[in-house]
Design a protein around this ligand. Structure first.
Ligand code: TXA
Ligand code: MG
Length: 326
């Protein structure tokens, strides 16, 4: 079942980008950096290639993928924007904002990409290498985060190789991601804008442009953004939130001046900067998870992070990392 493939490691020069684009056009799987996290890319119009993404990630089929485009015009050729979408895209693209909009009837994106929904999530990443790759490929690129389903999202090519090496065809190493949490997902397909996933574009920035947005799905409502499922970001080690103290048997994910007495500490931001913390979040969870395993620590204790700016996205990921697993 798990077919082994040699994973080509590519540098972000012109020849490698051409090579990566050729792989995408041939239906292969290519991971690449964006400003948020590394994506696992496939030609979004090629259902077989997209199926390969789900397989490599071992991702549940019902979880729809984001389609990446090199420009606003390219994206809006495939989905029908309303006024709010145009306003947001004009000021925040390229950038860490994903818009869910109705597909146009002529949209060539494979249905599997959006897991059969009549909407499509689109975004233009703010990343030169990613944009160059999409220009060269000449196709929309479906790309979930380049990790196995349920694991922590990768913010470096090395993280991608750790999770997916041998399961994908190439990774383009463009260095560490500058934002470090995924894009904000905003559903504009209904009567009112709804925030499905907090992320790199702040709610404040969005509301300044289009006014108030609804928060996620109301509790009990059908899950509209399956990536919102609990326990999506899962270190192996149990996670304890809002730590006010810490034990020697615990690893500490600190924010600001660290609590004393932990077995090992990773500081998201000594200076209490939520933006810096976002760039270090997944790295911190990964490294504490492996340190905890090596040292026989029982838990990761997490100091509180304020829910302002990117702090909202950070808290969302932390809450899901803390959901108990069977
Ligand atoms: O920053 C990002 O968004 C990264 C980089 C690679 O661009 N990508 C990413 O993709 O995080 P992924 O697949 O891990 O998360 C996509 C999110 C999920 O929560 C999914 O349920 C939601 O977007 N989504 C995608 N298409 C949707 C749709 N048509 N309707 C509602 N939610 C959708
Ligand atoms: Mg993901």
């Amino acid at each position: 079942m798990d077919e082994h493939r040699a994973t080509e490691y590519l540098r972000p020069d012109e020849a490698s980008i051409a090579r990566a684009a050729a792989l995408l056009r041939a239906g292969r799987l290519v991971a690449f950096g964006t400003e948020t996290v590394y994506g696992l890319g496939a030609d979004a119009t090629n259902a077989r290639a997209v199926a390969g993404v789900f397989a490599a990630k071992q991702r549940p089929r019902f979880n729809p993928l984001i389609c990446h485009y090199p420009s606003l015009d390219a994206a809006f050729a495939h989905v029908a924007p309303n006024d709010a979408a145009r306003r947001l895209a004009e000021s925040l693209w390229p950038g860490p904002l994903t818009l869910v909009l109705p597909r146009r009837p002529e949209c060539p994106v494979a249905l599997l990409t959006a897991a059969g929904l009549d909407t499509l999530a689109v975004r233009v990443p703010a990343h030169d290498v990613a944009l160059a790759l999409m220009h060269a490929a000449g196709r929309p690129v479906a790309a979930p985060s380049a990790n196995r389903s349920g694991h922590v999202s990768p913010t470096s090519a090395q993280h991608v190789m750790e999770g997916l090496g041998g399961r994908i065809d190439a990774v383009v190493d463009s260095g560490p991601c500058t934002i470090g949490v995924e894009s904000t997902v905003l559903d504009l397909s209904g009567a009112e804008p709804r925030l499905l996933r907090p992320g790199g574009a702040t709610r404040e920035a969005i509301e300044a442009l289009i006014g108030p947005v609804l928060q996620r799905a109301t509790p009990g409502a059908a899950v509209r953004s399956p990536g919102m499922l609990a326990s999506h970001y899962a270190p192996r080690c149990p996670v304890r939130l809002d730590a006010q103290d810490v034990r020697a048997s615990e690893a500490l994910l600190a924010f600001g001046p660290p609590l004393k007495g932990a077995g090992v500490t990773f500081n998201l931001s000594e200076s209490r900067d939520v933006t810096e913390a976002a760039t270090r979040l997944f790295l911190g969870l990964r490294s504490l998870d492996s340190e905890a395993a090596q040292r026989g620590l029982r838990r990761i204790a997490v100091m509180p992070v304020p829910a302002i700016g990117l702090g909202l996205a950070i808290n969302d990921r932390l809450r899901r990392a803390a959901v108990p697993r069977a």
